[in-house]
Design a protein around this ligand. Structure first.
Ligand SMILES: Nc1ncnc2c1ncn2[C@@H]1O[C@H](COP(=O)(O)OP(=O)(O)OP(=O)(O)O)[C@@H](O)[C@H]1O
Ligand SMILES: CC(=O)N[C@H]1[C@@H]2OC[C@@H](O2)[C@@H](O)[C@@H]1O[C@H](C)C(=O)O
Length: 381
């Protein structure tokens, strides 16, 4: 299938789109990729939606307006990819994979007995996850079938609903030496550990760029700490880091996943927001790396290397802290020939093909579902 994968991640910076040819198992020709940034108004409104989400009615007018603008932007990204693919291949697309924008993610408690008072209480707390975007509208606007709603069946079955990309990391890494860790540093961090027998363990590591972006916006008015300038001019605060590293999420064994705002209160209580702009940024960049090191302690065997994708690999303060905190070499995914900006979008093309074929998209080692599970839905134009 000639798929167009679309991902708008927790950083709320825009939509990544990518052309991938795949049967959902093997990855064939990889085509053009684009990122269409959101305009500042949409970015601001989506950020507001995250705060409003817990109390938002599904038919809220502000939500509906955001969803329409978001879906339009995705349709623009599809149009651009089609133009580029036509120039290269003279072929049309078969299927879109549309992740949508996560505005709320409340997976089941990560560890019965720790987060919930008892295992029975945990079972009484079903999770929920909410990705917004109008798949039927996107199908109409593009005249293509759209695979969407990738996470909710998994959460309904007791899974974490995230991460979903690990199966695609494993497909891409087929020929690489194992054990291998693939790290994505978006708003939230997530890692995939692939063992020698292709065993998969994947989970969210902790906050990555999300708190740093909020911090940069508050202290400099910019959307993010470009090239880590602010962080590199400061010193990480050991006391704040010590308090943050005591967060129970880090020690809890996988499966586990996070909402973009899950650490907001912990960051405030640890005193991160009382630091200078530079020291605050240095502390948050280091915290991102220390969360990754804590994640590594849950692997069955140490990885030979860490391959890093997502925008965080462009932040030298984060990369330096990672190299300091991890024992194996830390390299951008480009060393394996992958595209670290488009990897997630490509993955949603592959996942769309899997949804179309009814193949499993979540696994006991990734989201913690009891059995490998199909999910997602396809809406026809
Ligand atoms: N040159 C750069 N210097 C520093 N940070 C950067 C740079 N380029 C990108 N980033 C960071 O990367 C972020 C975007 O990363 P990415 O696009 O991987 O996130 P996402 O896909 O939205 O998130 P997620 O993977 O959590 O869903 C930006 O918000 C910024 O913090
Ligand atoms: C609920 C949700 O949207 N989670 C995202 C988020 O962003 C990074 C991390 O948290 C990851 O678990 C997931 O995205 C990637 C694409 C995934 O599912 O693999």
């Amino acid at each position: 299938m000639r798929t167009i994968g679309l991902m708008s991640g927790t950083s709320l910076d825009g939509v990544d789109a990518a052309w991938v040819e795949t049967d959902g198992e093997a990855i064939g020709r990889i085509g053009p990729t684009v990122t269409l940034p959101y305009d500042p108004g949409l970015r601001r409104d989506l950020r507001r939606l995250l705060d409003l989400a817990p109390a938002l009615a599904p038919d809220d007018a502000f939500l509906a307006d955001c969803v329409r603008r978001l879906t339009d932007r995705h349709a623009n990204a599809v149009a651009r990819i089609r133009e580029l693919a036509w120039e290269s291949f003279r072929e049309g697309a078969d299927l879109i994979g549309f992740h949508g924008q996560t505005i709320l993610h409340r997976p089941p408690p990560i560890r019965p007995g720790r987060n919930a008072a008892t295992a029975a209480e945990a079972l009484r707390q079903p999770g929920s996850t909410w990705q917004v975007g109008d798949a039927a509208l996107l199908a109409r606007l593009t005249n293509l079938p759209v695979a969407h709603d990738f996470r909710s069946a998994d959460v309904a079955a007791g899974g974490q609903g995230a991460p979903l990309v690990p199966i695609v990391h494993a497909a891409l890494a087929a020929a690489l030496p194992k054990p291998l860790a693939v790290l994505n540093l978006g708003g939230v961090g997530n890692v995939t550990w692939i063992g020698e027998g292709d065993e998969l363990i994947a989970f969210d590591t902790g906050p990555a760029n999300g708190p740093l972006d909020d911090w940069a916006r508050k202290s400099t008015g910019r959307d993010y700490d470009k090239d880590g300038h602010l962080a590199l001019a400061g010193e990480p605060d050991a006391a704040v880091l010590g308090r943050l590293m005591a967060h129970p999420y880090l020690e809890a064994p996988p499966p586990k996943s996070l909402d973009r705002l899950d650490f907001s209160r912990a960051l405030h209580e640890a005193g991160a927001d009382r630091l200078t702009p530079q020291d605050g940024a240095a502390t948050l960049a280091t915290f991102c790396a220390l969360c990754v090191a804590a994640a590594g302690r849950h692997f069955p065997a140490p990885p030979l290397q860490w391959l890093v994708g997502g925008g965080g690999r462009r932040n030298p303060a984060i990369m330096r802290a990672l190299s300091g905190a991890l024992e194996a070499p830390v390299r951008p995914v480009e060393v394996a020939g992958w595209n670290g900006d488009a990897l997630e979008a490509q993955a949603f093309g592959v996942l769309a093909a899997r949804v179309r074929r009814g193949l499993a998209i979540t696994f006991p080692g990734t989201t913690g579902v009891a059995e490998p599970m199909a999910g997602g839905r396809v809406v026809e134009p």
